[in-house]
Design a binder for this molecule. Structure first.
Ligand code: G3P
Ligand code: CA
Length: 231
């Protein structure tokens, strides 16, 4: 079962910061998950479209320039990272799940992927792009058929994992409160991987292990790994 550090090692460090990502790698996470919005055609790593919850700023992300965003404190003196900086940090040390939050992220993502391959030698097979916005994923797959995508769902869809197959996704990303044995069976029968968010603590980690899911998004990668290893 893959350990995917949710917003980095965000249970102990400020979420979606280079510090949280460094710590996730140090804790032996198999992968990092992060959230992106587009500002001035750059992808910035932040979960909310507003700044208050995670930074020293206020108001809408979109009301700020990149230069203004760079001045903000995202916790423990960290700035809001650019996705580009995260790719520079990771350098093949783990795989990366990029969740597209902003609905205008397609063009900046396609441009960044080209730059990442050409300038950072990023292996695109180490990236998995996900979103709750399925038309956006479909457009991405059409523009770049080789890209790996994961279809996010916030509940238990009536058609189980059929919607993810139709998107040509390789994985379905499910809410821990809705996942069940039938959905896992259905996804596996369709050749889809099942990744579950957000899974913290012994009871939840053990339950996902028993269900046989392929990976968990966890805020505590080291603790979740220790729970798994103790089995
Ligand atoms: O990608 C899994 C999970 O991160 C989706 O929910 O709100 O944490 O972005 P959220
Ligand atoms: Ca996310």
């Amino acid at each position: 079962m893959q350990i995917i550090a949710h917003r980095g090692a965000s249970g102990e460090f400020p979420e979606n910061t280079l510090l949280a990502f460094q710590q996730a790698i140090a804790q032996g996470a198999d992968a990092i998950e992060l959230d992106v919005f587009a500002v001035e055609n750059e992808l910035v790593v932040i979960h909310d479209a507003r700044l208050e919850r995670t930074t020293s700023g206020q108001g809408s992300l979109y009301a700020h320039s990149l230069a203004q965003l760079a001045q903000l404190d995202a916790g423990q003196g960290q700035s809001i990272p650019l996705l580009w900086q995260v790719l520079q940090l990771i350098q093949g040390k783990c795989w990366l799940n990029i969740e597209l939050k902003g609905h205008d992220t397609l063009t900046p993502l396609l441009s960044l992927l080209d730059r990442a391959v050409n300038e950072l030698n990023v292996d695109l097979s180490t990236l998995l792009i996900s979103s709750f916005n399925h038309p956006l994923l479909a457009a991405l797959k059409q523009a770049k058929p080789s890209i790996r995508i994961g279809a996010l769902t916030a509940n238990l869809p009536l058609d189980y994992a059929k919607f993810a197959s139709e998107l040509q996704a390789e994985a379905v990303h499910c809410d821990v409160d809705f996942i069940n044995e039938d959905m896992v069976k259905d996804a596996k029968a369709r050749g889809l991987k099942v990744y579950v968010y957000t899974v913290d603590g012994e009871q939840a980690v053990n339950a996902m292990h028993l269900l046989g899911v392929d990976g968990i998004f966890t805020n505590y990668p080291a603790k979740s790994r220790a729970i798994l290893n103790s089995k």
